[in-house]
Design a protein around this ligand. Structure first.
Ligand SMILES: Nc1nc2c(ncn2[C@@H]2O[C@H](COP(=O)(O)OP(=O)(O)OP(=O)(O)O)[C@@H](O)[C@H]2O)c(=O)[nH]1
Ligand SMILES: [Mg+2]
Length: 357
């Protein structure tokens, strides 16, 4: 598996991150016209205010947003083109494999997919299980089972679960295979389209299963830009597709969770505010790995997110000249460590008690 960069945000923060309240002003949701701002280590993070869009959202929709919330949306032009391409390529495939992120089994599902793929047989590949909480993963597999959706747990880093894919495809296509066989067509080749949000591991999965490195893989969203066929054995062909999000996250917490896991381009966001939101979550849902990783005391866990980020920066020796904590560097580090599950194998959502997602 190719892995050109270990972190989606490392090294970019100094060029793009800017913690001023108007950070998102002047940007469209493609991030294309956003101007990299210079890295200013002297910022006072305690003055961070919600972005203009977040403030507007708060006013208009009466949503309780913390001061660290920001408006997140990413739907660049290539995603519109990909949607059209998926639609036109559907007639070429027998089934669709929807890859989702095991840390976000609900929010990493594109709501547009249902209407896009219609009645095509579908299975879910729940990837990045190595980063998710195993008992939450089991709950989600059960949840999808009750909804009648075949689900395979995957870890494309180690290859765990890859061996179950072929049988799962045969299972969801059993009727068609039986019909082909009745017509004397043995070993009819099966074509499966692999779809999913950006950075979820579509290309990694294809490389793993085809034992190649032909599909381009990087640790950032938006790597695959065109549909590409791969033959995994004489009977199965897979179509790799670019990751697609949707034009508007109705619930901003969805955009935020996708941003935590790296499905949204980092350059369109304020990294420090995002890390503060993540710390707010981790403070509410303390797990021992997170606590231990930063040697946090119970008292420190009662600090505000800003204070906690400063404390973490100091603990890691991240200081700017004058001895002030370098919270911007610490923010990048916190997000990086979260994404690599160094703060625990955290699943950010579980199906509720009624069995709803
Ligand atoms: N820990 C872990 N990392 C994974 C897994 N699968 C993929 N990755 C990593 O996730 C990142 C994105 O993988 P890609 O295969 O490029 O994802 P993609 O869905 O093809 O992304 P786009 O083409 O940008 O839509 C890479 O750094 C992979 O190494 C997994 O199961 N576990
Ligand atoms: Mg890809």
């Amino acid at each position: 598996m190719q892995n050109k960069k270990s972190s989606p945000i490392r090294g970019k923060r100094s060029r793009y991150s800017n913690n001023t309240p108007k950070n998102n002003a002047g940007k469209n949701n493609t991030g294309k016209d956003s101007k990299p701002s210079s890295y200013n280590k002297k910022k006072n993070t305690n003055t961070a205010k919600p972005t203009e869009k977040a403030q507007k959202l708060k006013k208009n929709q009466s949503i309780q947003l913390s001061e660290n919330a920001q408006y997140i949306q990413w739907f660049p032009g290539h995603m519109t083109r990909t949607k059209r391409q998926i639609q036109s390529d559907l007639k070429l495939v027998d089934a669709v494999a929807e890859i989702i992120d095991a840390r976000l089994p609900q929010s990493s599902r594109n709501p547009d997919l249902d209407s896009l793929i219609g009645s095509k047989p579908r299975l879910i590949l729940m990837n990045k299980c190595d980063l998710a909480n195993p008992s939450a993963t089991a709950k989600w597999v059960e949840y999808f089972r009750t909804k009648g959706i075949k689900t395979v747990e995957l870890d494309c880093k180690s290859g765990k679960g890859i061996g179950s894919f072929t049988n799962a495809v045969r299972e969801i296509l059993a009727h068609r295979i039986a019909a082909w066989e009745a017509k004397g067509m043995k070993n009819h080749s099966l074509r499966v389209m692999v779809v999913g949000i950006p950075n979820v591991g579509k290309s990694s999965f294809i490389n793993r299963i085809s034992k190649s490195t032909k599909a381009k893989v990087e640790d950032r969203p938006g790597v695959t830009r065109g549909n590409q066929w791969f033959t995994i054995d004489k009977n199965i062909e897979l179509l790799d597709t670019p990751g697609v999000l949707w034009p508007k996250f109705d619930d901003q917490s969805v955009g935020e969770k996708l941003a935590f896991t790296g499905a949204v381009k980092d350059q369109i966001m304020d990294t420090e505010q995002l890390a503060l939101r993540l710390l707010e979550y981790l403070k509410r849902n303390v797990n021992p790995v997170f606590k231990e990783r930063f040697s946090l005391t119970d008292d420190e866990l009662t600090l505000s997110a800003h204070e906690l980020l400063s404390a973490i920066a100091k603990k890691r020796g991240m200081l700017v000249s004058g001895g002030e904590p370098d919270t911007e560097r610490a923010a990048v580090m916190v997000l990086d460590e979260f994404r690599a599950a160094k703060l625990g194998r955290i699943t950010l959502e579980i199906p509720d008690k009624r069995g709803d997602a």
